[in-house]
Design a protein around this ligand. Structure first.
Ligand code: ATP
Ligand code: MG
Length: 540
């Protein structure tokens, strides 16, 4: 017997605090037990609780003989055991069952108390079956009789393996519990209603947001067959998510549901759960009711705005036409009478000086008449009189004459019976497009394509100028392009303008403006060569 303090045999380096060092072995080594090489490589720190030096030496020798690389210390009192446990980490504890001032069961208690997680084996010269059972119940991993120490190495190795398995399971359980907690937190926090159903349509998860949306709580739904308050809604939703139960994602399908007398607009997404076929699916219902209302409100006010703008345009065009008529009829008639009077006065005048003055006055009045005609024509779009095709051709010629820029008009129509509003819009857009070419493009040539079929009219204006940047389209003080856009949208069509900015010397790629508007009711293309209307003259 020896009890003169702890005995250490073979020095082992310190290992990870609190963890059995065996656990730090490379994966695979410990998990599958110790192979011959691993036995050599992995040093096991073993704390013996034994009062007999001979027994301690013998047990250590048995372990070493079995090929284990052992670093051992032997203690025989509770105090020295606690000290040893505090000083370093141990892979295993092998304890005698009965010592003079200590016992295996007490040692086991101490080991548990300090959180020792490695295997604890009890070795005894004589241990009754009852005591053995008690030791195992208390948490010992095995017990070995001193007269059969051959069992010690395999018992130790099995203990180490079991502890490792236990530890892995505990880690997996902790990870699982944490994942579960996180999932629960996401489930509770998300404003999106989430639920999961099995292939058999049994509800397996039901988030609090589902309750807000459907009025059904988890007690009404969990572990039951999926059912919304209304049966048609149930069937419709099950139909929408059916692909997910066959393994195909479902993304953002519209669905509406009535809850507490209120209609809710939803988007449904569903993801299959693992398995082939999937064991079920997780469904997300996003409430987009507010968005849908806001969108409806927005498009309502957009169409009101558009209607207002169309109305304003109509009023403006009417006023202009009215004014043009008055200028033409009243002022025009007046000018004609003044010219006649002046001519008469000129004929009757005897004095040369007076006759010259009357000549000049008559010329001025003639110029005034031309100006009045020009103004009246500019105010009253020629489409009103000649139809869109002739008006476009006339405008192109007029523009070319005044600017020196060549304009080529191509069309597949001799005339188009558009609604007046459509004609005026297309004509005004064309006028603004030409004005822009003159003001900004530095072009020498413009090509105009005016095409129409039964359903659509398209107008394309291409210049060979310097092009335009995307910034040009965002100028705060420019209204030409915006006005065009408004007119086109007002007629249910679309507009596109393109051309990147170019510098240096020509030829440039220029700018292309395209508009397309639906023709409803269908246009009437008059057969034959020329328009039934008379051609607008460049009359003054
Ligand atoms: N054919 C073109 N070639 C080059 N730049 C152009 C052309 N058409 C338009 N732009 C550019 O786009 C900008 C916006 O044109 P928009 O017609 O909207 O306004 P604006 O002509 O400048 O002014 P306004 O309000 O009098 O029409 C112009 O300032 C110009 O920079
Ligand atoms: Mg402009």
């Amino acid at each position: 017997m020896f009890n003169r303090g702890p005995v250490s045999v073979q020095n082992a380096g310190p290992s990870a605090a609190g963890l059995p060092r065996f656990m730090t072995a490379a994966p695979g080594q410990a998990a599958s037990g110790l192979g011959p090489d691993a036995r050599e490589a992995t040093q096991l720190a073993i704390l013996f609780i034994e009062d007999s030096l001979a027994d301690f030496t013998l047990m250590r020798a048995v372990l070493v003989d079995a090929g284990l690389n052992v670093s051992a210390q032997c203690v025989d009192t509770e105090t020295t055991m606690r000290q040893a446990l505090a000083e370093r980490a141990w892979d295993a504890i092998i304890s005698d069952h009965s010592l003079p001032t200590f016992s295996g069961l007490r040692a086991l208690k101490v080991a548990k108390e300090v959180g020792f997680r490695g295997p604890f084996l009890i070795v005894s010269g004589a241990i009754g079956e009852e005591t053995a059972v008690e030791a195992m119940r208390a948490g010992a991993d095995d017990y070995v009789m001193k007269n059969n120490l051959r069992r010690l190495p395999p018992a130790l190795e099995r203990g180490l393996r079991e502890v490792q398995t236990r530890d892995q399971r505990q880690r997996a359980e902790t990870a699982l519990a944490s994942a579960h907690d996180q999932l629960n937190a996401v489930f509770s926090a998300t404003p999106v209603a989430l639920f999961a159903i099995s292939r058999e349509r049994t509800v397996t998860m039901w988030s609090p947001a589902c309750e807000d949306l459907t009025g059904l709580g988890s007690t009404d739904t969990l572990s039951r067959s999926f059912a919304l308050p209304s049966q048609p809604d149930t069937w419709k939703l099950l139909t929408l998510i059916a692909p997910a139960l066959d393994g195909t994602e479902v993304r953002g399908l519209p669905f509406s549901i009535e809850t507490k007398g209120e209609n809710r607009e939803l988007l449904v997404s569903a993801s299959p759960l693992s398995g082939s076929p999937p064991s079920g699916c997780v469904v997300a219902l996003s409430d987009v009711t507010h968005l849908a209302h806001a969108q409806a409100e927005l498009s309502r006010s957009e169409s009101q705005l558009r209607e207002l703008s169309r109305h304003t345009e109509r009023v403006r065009e009417n006023e202009r036409a009215e004014l043009a008529r008055e200028i033409h009829d009243d002022l025009g008639a007046l000018v004609t009478r003044i010219r006649a009077d002046l001519a008469l006065a000129r004929r009757r005048s005897r004095e040369k000086e007076t006759a010259q003055l009357l000549d000049e006055a008559e010329q001025m009045v003639a110029s005034l008449g031309e100006a009045i005609s020009r103004i009246a024509r500019a105010m009253r779009p020629p489409v009103l009189d000649f139809g869109i095709v002739a008006a476009i051709e006339w405008q192109a010629r007029d523009f070319a004459q005044h600017t020196g820029i060549t304009v080529n008009v191509h069309t597949n129509q001799d005339d188009l019976a558009l609604e007046l509003e459509q004609s005026i819009a297309v004509f005004r857009i064309f006028q603004e497009a030409l004005t822009n070419v003159f003001k900004h493009a530095q072009a020498t040539r413009v090509d105009v394509d005016l095409f129409a079929d039964d359903s659509t009219l398209s107008l394309e204006v291409r210049d060979n100028g310097i092009g335009l940047s995307s910034d040009s389209l965002r100028k705060r003080t420019s209204f030409g392009l915006r006005g065009m856009m408004e007119r086109v949208h007002g007629l249910g069509g679309w507009m596109d303008i393109g051309g990147s900015p170019q510098t240096g010397t020509p030829p440039f790629r220029g700018t292309t403006l395209m508009i397309s508007i639906p023709l409803n009711p269908p246009t009437l293309s008059l057969p034959g060569g020329k328009s039934p209307h008379h051609e607008p003259e460049d009359q003054e």
